[in-house]
Write a protein that binds this ligand. Structure first.
Ligand SMILES: Nc1ncnc2c1ncn2[C@@H]1O[C@H](COP(=O)(O)OP(=O)(O)O)[C@@H](O)[C@H]1O
Ligand SMILES: [Mg+2]
Length: 248
């Protein structure tokens, strides 16, 4: 026994709170005279171990929802809660700290730093997450090995294929051991075979316990998720992943 170990969590009894939840979450954009209801008031609970896909046509509010859940954007009304704690009243810096401690992001365009190697891209995330310098290299190498890039650590993004770049981005997203990974169209820039491999990687991470929320255009991918939500005009509905009819 060491003093550092957290107390054991009760395995049964009271349900643990959702890792991330939305309550009456609404987002209206105002552009000049125009009012855009990007998100109609919606509720959503994301629990540990979930693999959630959010599908829907372009402009239906998927990215808006992800940015709100990711504490990057602020809602017009309603709130996001992290383990039942409202995040809305927090100041900018507190919100950034909560984001850093809780969430990992994966983007369609990878968003890697072009001048840095794969390993350095991950090391930067480890530095931001507060890992001591002497531990960063080893952990970056481990994370890259975990996503299948043991042989590509010294490559810069331009020396990597699209699928490999997205693997680096996933390793980076894992750096802070996030409660939830939020992925916005992670296969959007990839050919279908490479896209399937990236989803396979996300599924493997999910099987190992990682909670994932993934926005996707791809219905074949969406149907494989544990929970599936469809968005339309800012509304969201949960449907059976196997229920193909709901998607056509
Ligand atoms: N920053 C913004 N300012 C104004 N309108 C926006 C902004 N971001 C998104 N929108 C609008 O909100 C709606 C939802 O957009 P978005 O969440 O990006 O949809 P999706 O990701 O499903 O394609 C769209 O009508 C879009 O044009
Ligand atoms: Mg989008």
């Amino acid at each position: 026994m060491t003093a550092r170990q957290p107390p054991p969590r009760p395995e049964s009894g009271a349900n643990p709170p959702p890792l991330l939840s939305a309550r009456n979450l609404e987002r209206i954009y105002r552009l000049g005279q125009q009012t855009i209801h990007a998100l109609r008031p919606l509720d959503l609970d994301i629990h540990k171990g979930d693999f959630i896909a959010i599908a829907g046509p372009s402009g239906s509010g998927k990215s808006t929802l992800l940015q709100l859940l990711g504490l990057v954007d602020s809602p017009t009304a309603g709130e996001v809660r992290v383990r039942n704690r409202p995040a809305q009243h927090l100041g900018r810096e507190q919100r950034a700290a909560l984001r850093l401690g809780t969430l990992g992001f994966v983007f369609q365009a990878f968003n890697l730093l072009q001048m840095l190697t794969a390993r350095q891209n991950v090391e930067i995330a480890l530095a931001l997450a507060g890992f001591p310098r002497r531990k960063r290299r080893k952990r970056a190498e481990q994370l890259l090995a975990d996503v299948g890039l043991a042989e590509r650590m010294q490559h810069r993004p331009l020396q990597l294929s699209g699928g490999e770049r997205q693997r680096v981005a996933i390793a980076r997203a894992l750096a802070n051991e996030p409660d939830v990974i939020l992925a916005d169209e992670p296969t959007g820039n990839l050919d279908s075979q490479t896209g399937r491999e990236i989803v396979q990687l996300l599924e493997d991470l999910n099987r190992a316990g990682q909670t994932i929320v993934m926005v996707t255009h791809n219905l074949e991918i969406a149907r494989r998720a544990g929970r599936l939500f469809l968005m339309r005009d800012g509304h969201i509905d949960e449907v059976e992943p196997g229920n193909a009819a709901a998607l056509d």
